[in-house]
Write a protein that binds this ligand. Structure first.
Ligand code: PLP
Length: 389
């Protein structure tokens, strides 16, 4: 076995079933092993490297900030953190931002804010957060509890109490559950990413938003995977004209550095006060400088390109032999395949394309600026892998 793989097995906690691939370097949507094997990256570090590997503008922003100050703690003001919060609010209409380091942390913040709001407004028994079956919201004990997939829960009881799970696309079921449990909030991913790239219906999302508004139940949209341009809009909820009370995001926002954000709408903008929440690294100026570079480029022209690339990729794959369905939006696509998804990912890897799985689906999350020729080359290799022999 490769020496690095052996060292990894010896010293790294065994939580990841890694592929037998070492990445030594890359540029844009290409990655290279130490031996120089070339891979087209159709996963972008699970929707993190929004502009691919070693993007020049992002690098310049990060390096410039590294040369000024790398960390101050949240006891002091730094420009990138404040400017990023301003840009996020101006682009979304949300009012305030809390920065953490990951998607799970962004969700923790949203859950804490929802509980405090509901307890103060309606009473302490209004603490339940209703999430969806088949959802994924993170790995901390609270965000695991929010995750509507029992198999993640089994070994880690007791989880944080106060979560209930509704069936996606069953609006009447959601309403009943939320009222019965005295819900503080309803939390959704517009497209369930880890759950197999399964979109919730527009009708359900709009109906849930309207119900939440009427009942003063907060609507939390988890945009950790779907956010930051991934679906061809800045945030996926914008595809459905929703107005969430809380938005959590991470992954692509930092462009490759750890950064999570919880965005607060008007109702909840002042709900968290001094001492209610915090994060030592949250709003780190280097991560925020990188994020400012990412966000400043996600303008309407660029987002239209993401939609176009998504349509190109979908057009190449939809209806092809061995592909039974293509789900998702923009550059977040899931493939229901005749052969097991794991087999296809393995075959693609051998042939120089790195893709992901999500449950029983092949999942594609390329960099948002992947060039068309690489997209077509990757699709060709994927089509070969999907075809029945
Ligand atoms: N929420 C969603 C929708 C996700 O897809 C993920 C990660 O895949 C998370 C939350 C957790 O994010 P993180 O791994 O950054 O904590």
């Amino acid at each position: 076995m490769n020496e690095l793989f052996t060292l990894d097995k010896t010293y790294i906690a065994g939580t990841y079933a890694r592929f037998p691939v070492e990445i030594a370097s890359g540029k844009g949507s290409l990655m290279f092993s130490p031996e120089g094997k070339r891979y087209i990256d159709m996963g972008s570090g699970i929707a993190v490297n929004a502009f691919g590997i070693a993007d020049e503008l992002w690098q310049q922003a990060v390096i410039a900030q590294l040369g000024k100050v790398q960390h101050t703690s949240n006891l002091y003001y730094t420009e990138p953190c404040v400017l990023l919060a301003q840009a996020l609010c101006q682009r979304t209409g949300m009012k305030k931002v809390f920065f953490g380091n990951s998607g799970a942390e962004a969700n923790e913040c949203a859950i804490k804010a929802a509980r405090k709001y509901a307890a103060e407004k309606k009473g302490p028994e209004y603490f339940t957060i209703v999430t969806m079956e088949n959802s994924f919201h993170g790995r901390t004990l609270t965000t695991l509890a929010a995750t509507g997939q029992a198999h993640y829960h089994e070994l880690f009881q007791p989880l944080t109490p106060g979560f209930a799970y509704a069936q996606p696309d069953d609006l009447e079921g959601l309403k009943k559950l939320a009222l019965e449990t005295k819900a503080a909030a309803v939390m959704v991913e517009c497209i369930q990413g880890e759950g197999g790239v399964r979109p919730l219906s527009a009708e359900f999302l709009r109906g849930a938003a309207e119900f939440c508004r009427q009942e003063d139940i907060l609507l939390i949209v988890d945009e950790v995977q779907t956010g930051n341009g991934r679906t061809g809009k800045l945030y996926a909820y914008m595809n459905y004209d929703l107005q969430p009370d809380l938005v959590s995001t991470a992954k692509g926002l930092g462009g490759g550095l750890p950064l999570g954000a919880c965005l607060f709408g008007e109702k909840v903008q002042d709900v968290l006060g001094p001492g209610d929440h915090g994060s030592t690294f949250g709003g780190n100026p280097v991560c925020c400088a990188g994020a400012l570079s990412v966000l400043s480029r996600l303008d309407d022209t660029f987002l239209a390109e993401v939609q176009r690339k998504g349509e190109v990729l979908r057009g190449l794959l939809e209806g092809a032999p061995g592909i039974e369905a293509v789900t998702g939006l923009g550059l977040m696509l899931g493939l229901k395949t005749a052969k097991p998804a794991g087999e296809i990912v393995k075959k693609c890897m051998e042939n120089g394309v790195l893709c992901l799985t999500a449950k029983d689906r092949v999942r594609l999350l390329p960099a948002l600026n992947i060039p068309d020729d690489l997209l077509r080359e990757a699709a060709g290799i994927l089509l070969d892998a999907c075809r029945e022999e």
